[in-house]
Design a protein around this ligand. Structure first.
Ligand code: ZN
Ligand code: ZN
Length: 349
């Protein structure tokens, strides 16, 4: 048996005993999880907003660990290897995987961990398609840093920076200064935009944003972000507006500040419909992008971490032991009061 954080329906997470996972297919690996974290998506699941997650599911889609067992067809990893677990599992061979759209893997891959199959908030996890879904962690590296590469950094970079087409000299606005918004801020700087404006309602998060490279910040508690951004940009608006929350009011800010020819990149997980203001935008030459992360940038991001161009540990604010995971959920769920960004949950022997 092993310990795991199990979803028992809306509002009911439990720290339970569960059977240890085993190799079910020759492409599987079993990983002993040494560090994991909690994602905003896990909070959505606990509110009952993600219908694909059945009661009894072990949550979590981020983490690092040590390979405990491999199926007969796993070629790239051996027992004892330290690995980064991607939030996206992918077969690498189907039509969608062949074009790098791993999030839509047609062989029962995509975002399945902690969703359609048991996830990483456990002592052990089964990783399907291990050769394509795990990455080696360089020896000597601080492994908690790499937990940030399971989901938030590739998500921020691919769905925000790449989809938003951030270029040198651009004026970029990031709507939402949580972990994803801050990860956008960090990776947008690969491209040297002229301005990065971060908008949030939490002064602590805005202060972190300024430390990590935001050129301007706006506290939108008064709902005046659109007016403020238009004033900052002499009435022109921004080249790229990145939505990093997933509610209609933040999407509305993006619609209100995008300049003619600009781009809106949505990252947020939306639980309810939003209004698309085509009456104002139809003639505006804008581009709107959506998408789930493919984690196709993970290998590149690993190199930027190795060279310290990217320092993901700047996102980590709290540490817990695995048996304290319910407390970690409370802290992460009260992020504003607790001044929490990302929490690390350790399960070292
Ligand atoms: Zn996530
Ligand atoms: Zn596939």
């Amino acid at each position: 048996m092993m310990k795991a954080l199990v979803f028992h329906g809306a509002g009911k997470p439990k720290f339970d005993d569960r059977p240890r996972p085993f190799v079910q297919s020759p492409t599987d690996a079993i990983v002993r999880v040494t560090k994991t974290t909690i994602c905003g998506t896990d909070l959505h699941i606990l509110k009952g907003h993600v219908p694909t997650v059945a009661s009894g599911r072990i949550l979590g889609h981020e983490g690092v660990g040590v390979v405990e067992q491999v199926g007969g067809n796993v070629a790239n990893f051996c027992v004892g290897d330290r690995v980064l677990i991607s939030c996206i599992s992918s077969c690498g061979a189907c039509a969608k995987c062949k074009i790098g759209m791993y999030s839509h893997c047609q062989k029962e891959g995509g975002w399945i961990l902690g969703n359609r199959i048991d996830g990483t908030q456990a002592e052990f996890v089964r990783i399907p398609f291990a050769d394509n879904s795990l990455y080696p962690i360089p020896t000597g590296a601080n492994d908690e840093t790499f937990v940030m590469l399971s989901d938030i950094l590739p998500t921020a970079f691919e769905c925000g920076v790449i989809n938003g087409g951030v270029k040198p000299g651009d004026v970029v606005a990031i709507v939402g200064g949580g972990p994803i918004g801050i990860a956008v801020l960090m990776t947008a700087q690969f491209y040297s935009p002229a301005e990065i404006i971060v908008i949030d309602i939490d002064d602590n998060r805005l202060e972190i944003a300024r430390k990590l490279g935001a050129t301007q910040t706006i506290n939108n508690s008064d709902g005046n972000a659109i007016v403020a951004v238009m004033k900052m940009t002499q009435g022109v608006g921004v080249d790229v507006a990145i939505e990093a929350v997933g509610i209609s009011s933040t999407f509305d800010v993006c619609q209100g500040i995008v300049s003619a020819g600009g781009r809106i990149a949505n990252i947020g997980v939306h639980g309810t419909p939003v209004q698309l203001n085509l009456d104002q935008l139809w003639s505006h030459n804008i581009t709107l992008t959506t998408g789930l992360v493919d984690t196709s940038s993970t290998s590149m991001l690993l190199k930027t971490v190795a060279s310290q161009k990217l320092q993901p540990s700047q996102l980590i604010t709290h540490h817990f032991q695995f048996h304290q995971i319910l407390q970690a959920y409370k802290t992460f769920g009260n992020a504003m009061q607790e001044k929490a960004m990302k929490v690390i949950i350790s399960n070292d022997p």
